[in-house]
Structures are given as structure tokens and as C-alpha cells.
Design a protein around this ligand. Structure first.
Ligand code: F6P
Length: 321
């Protein structure tokens, strides 16, 4: 294999730039030509392809977002558009493609591989940490740190005013951001889609905390459960007294300089991805398990379901008493 390309797709995540840099530089180190595709699969269809050199990726390791831009591309489910993408790659002589993104992006990579024989390798890039085959995805650690920092600030003011605060965090159907940020921020209550919640128990806990003189209650709510305002109403309707505030952190969770963990993960995944392409071993995704870089079949990876850590959740609930 002489020419490969890299794209970022789906929601951006801190660490994507560090990963693009690592793919480009490691590929060049190995004598490959490397191309950057702009705007994910949309750019592949529209021929937004440019050759990268070592300097194209200077000064980006510390930046959130993605210099390649990203997009969600519903068209990419249709063969007609995929064929356009394949034709564009063939025109450049590109034989291998590194896709940095989440499960939707992996489906595109799988189709390219199975239907069109393109050697594709996926690298997990999403703040959600919702890919069950890997312990961590790029961006998750940074995002959790952003949320923890927000919880720290909110705790100060909630304690001063003796309030309850509901903090809604991202993650789609996955509760990992809520769980990890919640345990790090000392949340009293963490609500995630993976654990059914009983409103009465939540109300009881807050009322008890108020009776025994706790100064504040932090509830970290995963977006996959419900909206912060809905929960606030339910708490009020069911007898929680006093002031309840809500904060929806939103897109602030997707930006910022990547953490040490995300930068190291980006470098390690990129090296494995390029090595796999050089060995013509497409149709795989890279990840990390027990601190070892792994690669698995894309289809197998997509079939795995939730790796939610219930033990950690139970611990968080005990410690947040
Ligand atoms: O997948 C990352 C994520 O930030 C989710 O946590 C969130 O639900 C979604 O993307 C938001 O997507 P969009 O950028 O399309 O609003």
C-alpha cells in the first residue's frame, strides 16, 4: 500500500487532531503518501481531498476540534454516494482509509470495506465512550475532565446557597460521561440510561440529605435519561423543597485541549491503524483494553453491547451518601 487517507466523522472529540497528526506523521515515516479528507464522508463524496505533509499537522496536537472538519453524512448509507466516494479515492490512487469517529462512522467504514473492498480502519473518536469493544474512546477523558471542572464550580455556589443542582451531560444513550464525572465530582446522585431510576428513592435521598444538614446536592443526569428541566419538575411535584437549579453543559463538553490520556491514546491508535493498513488488514477497528492497544473486526465491534461499569456506579452511589 502506497497511499492512504484519513478523515474525521460524526461529533468532534478532543484528541482527533492529535490522532490526525499521528496518522499523517507515522504514515510519512513509513514512506506512504497520506491524504486528508475534509468534512468526513461528505468530503469523500465531494472530492474534498488534499495531500498532507509533516507540516500540515504542525501545532495541532493541543487543539480540540478537528482541522479536517467533520460532518454527519446520512447519504453515505446509499450505494450511489458510496460509489462516488470510491471513485474519488481511486482517482487519487488511495488504497486505505483511516476513519476517526463513533459507531455511525464505523458503519460507513464497514460498508466501504464489505461492499467496495476498500481497506478501512476505524479509530474510536467520540466523547460518549459508547463503543463496547474498547475501554476508552478519544475525547472521553477530556470531556469528563471538563464536566468535573464544571461540577467543582457549581458545587461552590450550590453549597453557598444550600441548593440542589441538576447537571445534564452528553453521552447519547451511554451514561459513561455522567458516571465518571459524577464519581469524580462527588455527586450525590447519578442518573444514567443503563440503570433504571426510581424517582421515590431519589426524592427520599435528597430530603434526607436536607434534613441531616447537607449543604448541597449534585445530581448528574445523562442526556439519555431525560431533560434536566423535566427532572426538576418531577422532584418538585414529589415533595423536594427548596431551590433546585439546572445546568445543561451542552457543547462545552466537546471542546478544549485534549488531556494527556487522549493524546497518548491518539498516538497509539494511529500507529496501529497505519500498521494494519500497511499489512492490508482492513475491515478492523482499533481500541484499548486493559491498557493494551487492540484491533478487532468492525462488524464484531459494532455487535458488542454496553460495557457499563455497574460496580463503579454502585461505588459512586455509596460514596455520594
Ligand atoms: O456523539 C457526541 C455527541 O456530542 C453526543 O453526546 C450528543 O448527543 C450529540 O453528539 C450531539 O450531536 P450534534 O452535534 O449533532 O448536536
Amino acid at each position: 500500500m502506497k497511499k492512504i487517507a484519513v478523515l474525521t466523522s460524526g461529533g468532534d472529540a478532543p484528541g482527533m487532531n492529535a490522532c490526525v497528526r499521528a496518522v499523517v506523521r507515522y504514515a510519512i515515516y513509513n514512506g506512504l503518501n497520506v491524504y486528508g479528507i475534509e468534512r468526513g464522508y461528505t468530503g469523500l463524496i465531494n472530492n474534498n481531498i488534499k495531500e498532507m505533509n509533516k507540516r500540515s499537522v504542525s501545532d495541532i496536537i493541543q487543539r480540540g476540534g478537528t482541522i479536517l472538519k467533520t460532518a454527519r453524512c446520512p447519504q453515505f448509507k446509499e450505494d450511489e454516494y458510496m460509489q462516488m466516494a470510491v471513485d474519488n479515492m481511486e482517482a487519487y490512487g488511495i488504497e486505505g482509509l483511516v476513519v476517526i469517529g463513533g459507531d455511525g462512522s464505523y458503519r460507513g467504514a464497514l460498508d466501504l470495506y464489505k461492499k467496495f473492498g476498500v481497506q478501512t480502519i476505524g479509530i474510536p473518536g467520540t466523547i460518549d465512550n459508547d463503543l463496547a469493544y474498547t475501554d476508552y474512546t478519544l475525547g472521553f477523558d477530556t470531556s469528563v475532565n471538563t464536566v468535573v471542572s464544571a461540577i467543582n464550580n457549581l458545587r461552590d455556589t450550590m453549597t453557598s446557597h444550600e441548593r440542589v443542582c441538576i447537571i445534564e451531560v452528553m453521552g447519547r444513550k451511554c451514561g459513561d460521561i455522567a458516571l465518571y464525572a459524577g464519581i469524580c465530582g462527588g455527586a450525590e446522585i447519578i442518573l444514567v440510561p443503563e440503570v433504571e431510576f426510581d424517582l421515590k428513592t431519589v426524592v427520599k435521598k435528597i430530603c434526607l440529605n436536607q434534613r441531616v444538614g447537607k449543604n448541597s446536592d449534585i445530581i448528574v443526569l445523562a442526556e439519555g435519561v431525560c431533560k434536566a428541566e423535566e427532572l426538576k419538575q418531577q422532584l418538585k411535584d414529589n415533595g423536594v423543597k427548596g431551590s433546585i437549579k439546572t445546568t445543561t453543559l451542552g457543547y462545552i463538553q466537546r471542546g478544549g485541549a485534549p488531556s494527556m490520556s487522549d493524546r497518548v491514546l491518539a498516538a497509539r491508535c494511529a500507529v496501529r491503524a497505519v500498521d494494519l493498513l500497511m499489512a492490508n488488514m482492513g475491515g478492523r477497528v482499533v481500541g484499548i483494553k486493559d491498557n493494551q492497544i487492540i484491533d478487532v473486526d468492525i462488524e464484531e465491534a459494532l455487535q458488542k453491547h454496553s460495557k457499563f461499569d455497574k460496580t463503579l456506579y454502585d461505588t459512586a452511589m455509596i460514596l455520594g451518601l
